[in-house]
Design a protein around this ligand. Structure first.
Ligand code: ZN
Length: 210
């Protein structure tokens, strides 16, 4: 058991990243957040371990709409990889979690996970550092709101493909419709109604490389 005391803090770097990201996301989603979220900085992975049930070794942040808060790992605790700098990753992380807040205001849920994560990935600016799949084989498995590394592999590219091929408005329409969707089948029907093709890998791949 750990007791934390929340204390207000000022951080010029986060403030400036946040402001820029907020503007860009307002433009993408086409609306403003009803309430701007709190940003809670997690000191290190040890502290993160006390906050999540699993994924403490790879999670860098998370967003809670009902807490009106996003949690991000301290910049110092991010590890630098060859493909992506710490600075870029940090900006992307803040933008990613902030994007989830916009998404949630539009859809009021985070399912299917591939659409929710895919949209956050597409909007956070880090997709270009990720390996693009040759063909789609796994993102549709992520219907429910499960946390796991696998969901990040293809989802961002699937959303990018939908935006490039069919435009942003259709994507926003689909996200908004999630509010009223009660089952995976209902989602599939809604998808087909909006995109005029059945939601399966065969159709995605045909259009993806075509
Ligand atoms: Zn996310």
């Amino acid at each position: 058991m750990v007791i934390y005391k929340i204390k207000e803090n000022s951080n010029k770097e986060i403030e400036s990243i946040y402001k820029k990201a907020l503007k860009q996301l307002e433009k993408f989603y086409g609306f403003k957040l009803e309430r701007e979220p709190n940003i809670i900085v997690i000191k290190d992975r040890e502290q993160l371990k006390t906050l999540v049930r699993e994924g403490a070794d790879w999670i860098k942040g998370f967003s809670f709409s009902y807490l009106n808060s996003i949690f991000i790992l301290n910049k110092k605790s991010l590890t630098k990889s060859k493909r992506i700098s710490k600075k870029t990753d940090y900006e992307g992380l803040i933008k990613h979690e902030l994007s989830h807040q916009f998404y949630h205001q539009l859809s009021s849920k985070s399912i299917p996970a591939w659409l929710s994560e895919g949209t956050a990935l597409y909007t956070d600016g880090r997709l270009k550092y990720q390996k693009e799949p040759e063909i789609f084989t796994n993102f549709l498995n992520f219907e429910k709101n499960e946390v796991g590394k696998e969901v990040y592999k293809e989802s961002g590219f699937a959303v990018e493909f939908l935006v490039n091929k069919f435009g942003k408005q259709k994507l926003l329409e689909l996200i908004k419709e999630c509010k009223n969707i009660k089952s995976p089948q209902e989602f599939k029907d809604k998808f087909e109604k909006i995109y005029k093709f059945e939601m399966n890998y065969e159709n995605f791949n045909k259009l993806y490389k075509g």
